[in-house]
Design a protein around this ligand. Sequence first.
Ligand code: FDA
Ligand code: NAD
Length: 426
Amino acid sequence: MGRAFVYVIIGGGVAAGYAAHEFVQAGVSSGELCIISEEPVAPYERPALSKGYLLPEAPARLPSFHCCVGTNEERLAPKWYNENGIELILGNRVKSADVRRKTLLTATGETISYKYLIVATGARALKLEEFGVNTLDAPNVCYLRDVADADRLVDVMQSRSGGQAVVIGGGYIGMECAASLVINNLNVTMVFPEAQCMARLFTPKIAAFYEEFYQSKGVKFVKGTVLTSFDFNSDGKVCAVNLRDGSKLPADMVVIGIGIRPNTSLFEGQLTMEKGGIKVNGKMQSSNSSVYAIGDVAAFPVKIVGETRRLEHVDSARRAARHVVSAIIEPEKTGEFDYLPFFYSRVFTLSWQFYGDNAGEVVHFGDFSGHAFGAYWMNKGHLVGSFLEGGTKEQYEALAQATRLKPKIEDLAELESQGLEYAFSV
Ligand code: FDA
Ligand code: NAD
């Protein structure tokens, strides 16, 4: 025996929180919606974990960053779910799903059936073991995906103040954690295989700016190599990192950010997959018409780039969550999800935003020695992407608007000299 709901969401992260909010706005009745999450806490704004959560003074702690504070909306504390008749099952994992029977089986042995299922299982951090490096579960090696990871990172960081931290990976986690480690008084060395940080997004020129800024804060970079093994001391803690180039870095702690894998395993062999995620259409509907997917786990048609993509960013998860609720509740009135990719980060006193697609030729503009500069990407004669560091709200809005319109670019030199002004002229 089990329970039946009209709507079930698997996962209790960003996408689940925003979908719950949207369901309530749309007038869902008490008892119709159930959320099942492996995490022991109600949905929260995951980006806080690598920023406010790691601050030495007045750090962010739950309940202050439950969804939907990230968009300056209502904060959905656990009692909000209760008051709205939403069944919030926490600390319980869905261990199998049967899309033909429309049932889920939880780790506690309960069968839950649905009419509509929203998969919002996000992703897990890749482990070094998957690259053949054993951490032996050393207590001073940290990953960062959820609150439990963040608590551990905070504990380790505080107990190693003044010591050596090695950050593995030059992506988002690497960059944001390195900044937090510096702020917490650790000496930081970043190690990554590429020739520059943020290789998936930044141009070499943009990367050089951030690397120089980090160096001015004392961060050292070891590029173009990976770690091959750790040295452990007698109490099982890592004390050094061995690199492929033969060098050894002393380490009082290690932070790993080497990418993620979407949590698709419940649906392998049951739903069509693409780009490592669950393939959905413009209504976020999978190859099974009762199953929808949103957030990091979903590969959806990004109209503006004319391609199916999986985006690993919070704005995409929030907007897809709103879209899917409308697509389920009012299918005739809901069009295709028309999304302009938006990524951002904040480190030290810096802050950047990116819109669109980083494909094609690049034109940089602004003052790279100061803190207000940017770039445009042009593909097939049209503006397709834009980046700005240190912008104002109006400047970011102008950039987003211009990128969405994909204007034709006749003269790259002219675009370069106009710089940010161009965005206001479109
Ligand atoms: P999310 O990971 O938020 O939630 C998935 C949920 O599903 C989790 O609660 C998980 O436990 C649960 N789950 C998985 N399998 C389950 C199962 N079988 N049964 C039950 N529950 C299950 N983005 C950005 O644009 N700007 C930023 O600054 C940041 N910063 C940032 C910092 C850190 C530390 C991380 C880890 C990530 C970011 N991101 C970000 C990325 C952003 O947080 C991410 O894109 C969203 O959280 C995606 O939301 P989802 O709901 O898809 O997954
Ligand atoms: P990432 O994909 O941004 O970066 C992974 C990095 O790992 C690469 O840049 C590379 O330098 C490195 N790498 C890959 N394989 C390696 C190996 N074998 N050894 C050493 N280094 C290796 O992933 P991440 O930084 O781990 O971030 C995880 C997720 O969290 C992503 O989905 C990201 O979008 C999200 N996140 C986003 C933000 C943001 O948007 N501001 C902030 C934090 C986290």
